[in-house]
Design a protein around this ligand. Structure first.
Ligand code: SF4
Length: 194
């Protein structure tokens, strides 16, 4: 049963241990699932599976320019950009109904990475300046929502900052709904032991 008090966060499904990666594996992050997971309710999203690419599937990466990346399969060079972008445009509209207070992305993913994803230029040289196709569309659609990736959340300062922002957003939304609390806005942020 869903706890109505819990904060809802979107998350890349592989970080919860779901076997959705191209090779049928996962990228379970125990802190995210077991520690932070006590305080939040996750809405898992795997762009590559949800847009119909299946498990297992050919690996993919970004090619082109950072401001116009293309999602391309590594060996057969199939361009999946349009397919992924079309799906992502619909998915963000569905996610809007979830009232998310943030999103935790899988780092380095050509679909889910929020920053510094490898993008290969015409000389096949990678530069870490890309943004995953789904992550880019998500962040454009929700420009003020707190976002992080699991790699950055290993940094205690960034982690604490993210937790403060998601709790503050949740409390702020609650205060807007509560007509009796006009003008009174109190943020309680529980201590999470890492
Ligand atoms: S990184 Fe994103 S697309 Fe890749 S397996 Fe994880 S959730 Fe799916």
């Amino acid at each position: 049963m869903i706890d109505p008090e819990k904060i809802k966060l979107g998350i890349s499904a592989c970080l919860l241990g779901e076997n959705v990666r191209y090779d049928g594996g996962h990228k379970l992050d125990k802190f995210i699932k077991e520690t932070l997971g006590q305080y939040v309710e996750y809405v898992a999203v795997c762009p590559e599976v949800e847009c119909g690419l299946g498990i297992p599937r050919e690996s993919m990466h970004l090619e082109g320019e950072p401001d116009d990346p293309r999602l391309v399969t590594t060996r057969s060079k199939i361009d999946l950009t349009r397919r992924m972008a079309n799906w992502a445009q619909k998915r963000v509209k569905e996610l809007e109904k979830e009232d998310l207070c943030g999103f935790i992305f899988k780092s380095d993913s050509p679909s889910s990475g929020m920053e510094r994803v490898k993008i290969y230029n015409e000389n096949k040289i990678p530069v870490k300046k890309g943004v995953g196709i789904f992550a880019g569309i998500f962040m454009e659609y929700f420009p003020v929502l707190p976002v992080e990736d699991e790699g950055r959340l290993h940094d205690p300062v960034l982690r604490e900052n993210f937790i403060e922002r998601i709790f503050a957003l949740k409390r702020w939304r609650e205060s807007l709904k509560n007509t009796r609390a006009e003008g009174a806005f109190c943020i309680f942020i529980p201590r999470i032991n890492y």
